[in-house]
Design a protein around this ligand. Structure first.
Ligand code: SF4
Length: 213
């Protein structure tokens, strides 16, 4: 098991100084849910553009449930697999009305019954839509947690479970937003900018590259 003693606190503390929580994707649960489904395998700016167009016209479960796929597709054409996602989000809106009284449920088990919703999406909804303690593990959180060495895991689900063990619950809500920004700016998938990284002294990968003193 990776040595992590004290590292999660250091990581959260330093990244919190770098990134304020302005601009994070907090919002109405319905918008967070649908935007997160749209975001799968899609760049953030494309998701934002498509979501804005979609919610201008279909801002409630009732409105979206009545839409036809052919009406939604042109609005979300910027996202990957937009035809599949168009049908999926209409189906989700219908299920919210049929099963949950037109509201997004605020518990993991109910969220996981919706099509295309896995733990990452459900945790995003709990985190950004309801401000509940949850760790949404996307590719950034999974990659960076392993690179630094606070976890040694093969899947995002394993990473989520391990992070919940080693990070105090009151800090879960900050993890995704901080690490996603850090993963876009510094610890990028390809070509991480280790030379200007505020976490270099606690990062196992930095040491692995022979950069330690
Ligand atoms: S030192 Fe490099 S690999 Fe480690 S967290 Fe920083 S950018 Fe990522």
């Amino acid at each position: 098991m990776a040595g992590h003693e004290g590292k999660p606190e250091i990581i959260i503390s330093r990244l919190s100084k770098l990134y304020s929580d302005e601009g994070w994707h907090k919002g109405m649960p319905f918008e967070v849910l649908i935007a997160t489904v749209l975001s799968h395998r899609t760049r953030d700016e494309m998701t934002a553009r498509a979501s804005e167009r979609l919610f201008e016209k279909y801002g409630t479960p009732e409105a979206l449930a009545r839409a036809l796929p052919g009406e939604v597709e042109p609005l979300i054409r910027d996202v990957g697999f937009y035809r599949v996602k168009s049908a999926r989000i209409i189906r989700i809106a219908g299920l919210l009305i049929e099963k949950f009284g037109g509201r997004v449920p605020d518990d993991m088990d109910s969220l996981l019954t919706l099509p295309g919703v896995g733990r990452k999406t459900a945790n995003c909804v709990l985190n950004y839509g309801f401000s509940k303690p949850a760790i949404a593990v996307d590719t950034h959180v999974h990659r960076i947690s392993n690179r630094i060495g606070i976890v040694e895991t093969r899947t995002p689900e394993e990473t989520e479970m391990r992070l919940m063990e080693i990070i105090p619950e009151h800090q879960w809500v900050s993890i995704n937003g901080l690490i996603v920004r850090f993963g876009q700016d510094v610890c990028r998938p390809v070509g991480p900018r280790c030379g200007e990284c505020v976490l270099a002294d606690v990062c196992g990968s930095y040491e692995d590259k022979g950069n330690s003193d």
